[in-house]
Design a protein around this ligand. Structure first.
Ligand SMILES: Nc1ncnc2c1ncn2[C@@H]1O[C@H](COP(=O)(O)OP(=O)(O)OP(=O)(O)O)[C@@H](O)[C@H]1O
Length: 364
């Protein structure tokens, strides 16, 4: 659901502000260091309770402030009943999350209420980065379309931790290991099934989205589940037990899953230019937004940091078309106002904000 109004206090260099946004395109322009990415961080905090720049919450909180508070009023919708989200994070690490005025305990509830995608220089490393990044990408989608996924994922993580801890014990209680294996395999099978289902839905949407951005007919995307596709996880665990004991961790399972992107049989990162890789990432992330709208009638918010630095004019225009088609809310930053204003259709609602020394002003 789009954000109608946002209040921010105590976040990086931003002055306390209450802002009204367009439910479609929001452009934030200003000099380097003015606070554009900080505003994106404020929105990101609302969805994930953390920063996208650092794992340390202290760096996000304004110097000398004790806490940061972000509050959003969402555009009302008949399908979803969340209309207010607020988060407070203190320097000591305490946090308070409120949805519709009620305290909530898990970040999963927050993420579900405000699905959000970030496109910045780090997220463009999706193809060349570690498999963990691609698993996070995949699980973002599965989490939003398959509501039982989160509990299966937690179950898998708990049993995996227990299993790994038992693997490191000098004397191993085989019975106990068997019981953790059973739990781990059951959760893993359902995670794998949910991921397979999601990839099957995502693939055609991704191919169509990519086609609108760039022609890469030989590009293919496939899913690796983390263990041999023709064997049961239990048999793979049994066969690998001695090696797992030597290593002290479980080698096979959904914690090793990956998405493989190839061009003509080669790993995409060995063939594609950096710009082409960024377009593939854009197509992947936009496809997730399309799928979310299709499957759950829910709109995803896009945060796109420094767009002109990432894509050339022609591809920025193609991306603008897709965002318009998706009918989503987007926050797009850059240093040059004119460049950011290019390429939108006449009837697209575009709100423009000038960011200067932490002050954000709507440009009428
Ligand atoms: N905890 C903090 N408290 C106060 N100011 C901070 C804090 N952390 C960072 N800053 C400052 O906030 C400013 C805003 O940075 P931000 O990354 O939001 O700018 P930007 O407009 O996105 O810049 P660029 O175009 O260079 O990416 C920077 O000058 C930075 O030094």
């Amino acid at each position: 659901m789009p954000i109608k109004a946002l209040s921010v206090t105590g976040l990086r260099n931003l002055e306390p502000a209450t802002l009204n946004f367009s439910s479609k395109i929001n452009i934030l322009y200003g000099a380097n260091g003015s606070g554009k990415s900080s505003l994106l961080e404020a929105i990101y905090l609302l969805s994930l309770a953390r920063s996208f720049r650092s794992t340390k919450i202290q760096t996000l909180i304004q110097h000398e402030a004790a806490e940061t508070v972000v509050f959003a009023q969402l555009v009302a919708s008949s399908e979803h009943n969340t209309n207010k989200i607020g988060i407070k994070r203190s320097r000591q690490g305490e946090f308070e999350i409120r949805i519709n005025g009620e305290n909530i305990k898990t970040i999963a509830q927050l993420a579900r209420a405000l699905p959000l995608q970030l496109l910045n220089s780090d997220s463009f490393l999706l193809l060349e980065g570690a498999p963990k990044l691609r698993r996070q990408f995949l699980d973002w989608g599965v989490f939003h379309v398959e509501h039982s996924f989160h509990s299966q994922w937690s179950r898998m993580q708990t049993s995996l931790k227990q299993r790994n801890s038992w693997l490191r014990h000098a004397i191993m209680d085989r019975q106990l290991l068997a019981s953790w294996d059973k739990e781990f395999c059951a959760a893993s099978e359902s995670i794998d099934q949910a991921r397979q289902n999601y990839i099957a839905l995502l693939k055609p949407v991704f191919e169509q989205t990519l086609e609108s951005l760039i022609k890469l007919p030989e590009l293919s995307i496939s899913y690796y589940r983390g263990w041999d596709k023709d064997s049961s996880l239990q048999s793979v665990l049994d066969n690998g037990l001695e090696r797992d004991r030597i290593l002290g961790y479980t080698q096979a399972g959904p914690q090793r899953a990956d998405i493989r992107i190839k061009v003509g049989g080669h790993n995409a990162i060995e063939i594609l230019s950096r710009g082409q890789q960024k377009l593939v990432v854009c197509a992947l992330k936009l496809a997730q937004g399309y799928l979310l709208a299709q499957q759950m009638q829910q709109q995803c918010i896009y945060l796109i940091d420094d767009l002109p630095a990432e894509l050339d004019k022609e591809h920025r225009k193609a991306l603008s078309r897709l965002l318009e088609e998706l009918n989503c809310q987007a926050f797009i930053t850059g240093t040059d106002k004119e460049t950011l204003l290019e390429g939108w259709q006449m009837d697209t609602p575009v709100a423009m904000f000038h960011v200067e020394h932490g002050r954000i002003n709507l440009v009428e």
